[in-house]
Ligand binder design. Sequence first.
Ligand SMILES: C[S@@+](CC[C@H](N)C(=O)[O-])C[C@H]1O[C@@H](n2cnc3c(N)ncnc32)[C@H](O)[C@@H]1O
Length: 408
Amino acid sequence: MAMDCPALDGEPLVEAREGLARLCVPDPKRYLRPDGVYEPAWAPVFYNPRMAFNRDVAVVFLRAWAKLRGVDEPVVVEPLAGSGVRAVRYALEAGAGRVYAVDIDPVAVRLAEINIEVNKVADRVYLAQGDANAFLHTLRSKKARVHLVDLDPFGSPAPFIEASLAALRGRGVLAATATDTAPLTGTHPAALRRRYDVVPGRSFLEKEQAVRILAGYIIRRAASREYGAKVLLAYYADYYVRVYVELVPGARRADKSLESLAYLAFCPKCGIAWYASKPWRPGGCPRCGSQPQLIGPVYAGPLCDEKLVDEMIRVASEASWLSNQARTLELLRQLREECGLVNPHYRVDKVASVLKVNMPSPRLVVEELRRLGYRATLTHFDKRGVRSDAPPDVIYNVVWRLSPSNAG
Ligand SMILES: C[S@@+](CC[C@H](N)C(=O)[O-])C[C@H]1O[C@@H](n2cnc3c(N)ncnc32)[C@H](O)[C@@H]1O
């Protein structure tokens, strides 16, 4: 049955559905760019239907994580809540016992209130208007138990990470979305250095570099509070980075987590990247011997936890209500393949161009590497990429042999 949405400050609202939630949101038709595409940032409250996928993965994550950790009715904080859609979905779909939803904008809070009401989750979703960091620090001072903080800001989550870690008090999960991909991919090096405190650069692995910079930044901030931090899931989709990092208190654990950091070293001439643990002695390019360029520190460990992803796949395959069930499963299955392979991926097109041959199909390269006894998979970061534990000379050899230029 169609729902009657009230007006919000004279602004007509329309119905939208996402997961199990029914929502009232600003009418997208009123905020179209000249090219006819909806621009959510122009609406009085931010609601982006394209982020439904991000939220699908988030509810699947929480269900799987809570199951594996034996947590009943987890407590979630969403300190940048916008329309309230994410908070409502955590309550409706992920079994959250309590969700704190906060936004600084009073209009957003009024819309979130409508959506909480419509979905009958007012007993579980607590709404507040105010500054995210102030709210998170209040939770810390009250010693409230928090299992998950989900940061979904405009742009960078960096300004909210300290307070999120404070609220979590070294236990639970910090999930963060970053849409400031121009800095993270190295297009704006000054902003990259400023926000994430790294030696900036632009490699040919833009999306992987972006994910690893954000994960590394969270690990370093957590370590400064003597929390160990483990990356449970980290990926790139559409135009954003998303990471889920689990915290455990303890100085030793923090030291151990810091061991998962390194510098991303790359040779633009040969199209090869590797990790350098000692930036002052990064080693030469394994192919041409020249000095590499460096970015970092970055997280140099696995992009996911295999047990968690297996459980997420199980949860997602039963969750037919998800807005993007097929895409969620596709991402999780691909990440599952990539979990154990920590080396930066190879760009088959770059290697082929250095060899001055046409690019072979990355799928064929993967098959050949496996036949030779190496671990190999495609990567969700790039259709032209291959992730493998094979050394560069093997990759070069395989690309050369499989190139259509050398067929016959
Ligand atoms: C990208 S939107 C959130 C979208 C929402 N999480 C979702 O899944 O649809 C970012 C929100 O953060 C709010 N915001 C910005 N700065 C804030 C701050 N310092 N404290 C609390 N909320 C803030 C904005 O008003 C906006 O509603």
